[in-house]
Design a protein around this ligand. Structure first.
Ligand code: ZN
Length: 199
């Protein structure tokens, strides 16, 4: 099963910060170390539950997956490859972002094509008038919601997702998802199938 490892990569943090026009002081790397160890401890509680859930659907990742937290620099947002997360005070929010980015990774790996491609084609076709970023996020958000519900529970997951529903690029995708009659929140592939049937 996959294990996520949080990495304290201060050179990476520094370079991304410099690209965004910020210079990180040497002493802030301590913050990176503390953040990494706290997040690792928190994620370790969820790791096996999360990946065994997706494995049960035939969705997998490499055995070790590194995740790189960085300081907020006002420009760069979190992204999936290499999995890079903005450090935030609210650790639950970081977990929600990690789940989102990991779901992008699932979609980008050839090993998941057998399971994900047929349903992606249906989503992409059903919403072909939407921009690619919207279509991708219909797919990713439904997977991420299911994964987050599995590890933090329904109530907390929905509260965390509420925050991202206003983000540019995600807002339209969420509106489409939330408009669905499907209630298969914990069976994301079924949810997506039902969603495409409604359109
Ligand atoms: Zn995304």
């Amino acid at each position: 099963m996959t294990k996520i490892i949080f990495r304290s990569a201060f050179q990476y943090d520094t370079i991304l910060s410099e690209l965004a026009g910020h210079k990180l002081e040497r002493d802030v790397f301590k913050e990176l170390d503390v953040f990494v160890s706290e997040m690792q401890k928190m994620w370790d509680e969820y790791n096996d539950i999360f990946f065994s859930y997706f494995e049960s659907m035939g969705i997998t990742m490499p055995a070790i997956w590194n995740v790189y937290p960085i300081h907020s620099n006002g420009k760069i947002t979190s992204f999936s490859e290499p999995t890079t997360l903005i450090m935030k005070e609210n650790r639950d929010e970081v977990i929600a972002t990690l789940v989102h980015e990991v779901c992008h990774v699932f979609c980008g790996l050839d090993q998941n094509d057998v399971v994900l491609s047929p349903i992606w084609e249906r989503v992409s076709d059903a919403y072909k008038e939407e921009e690619l970023v919207v279509r991708e996020h219909i797919f990713v958000n439904v997977l991420a919601r299911a994964g987050l519900r599995r590890i933090v529970g329904q109530e907390k997951a929905e509260a965390l997702l509420k925050m991202e529903k206003d983000y540019e690029g995600l807002e339209k995708a969420w509106r489409i998802i939330d408009g669905s009659r499907s209630v298969a929140y914990d069976e994301p592939l079924k949810f997506l199938e039902e969603l495409t049937e409604e359109n």
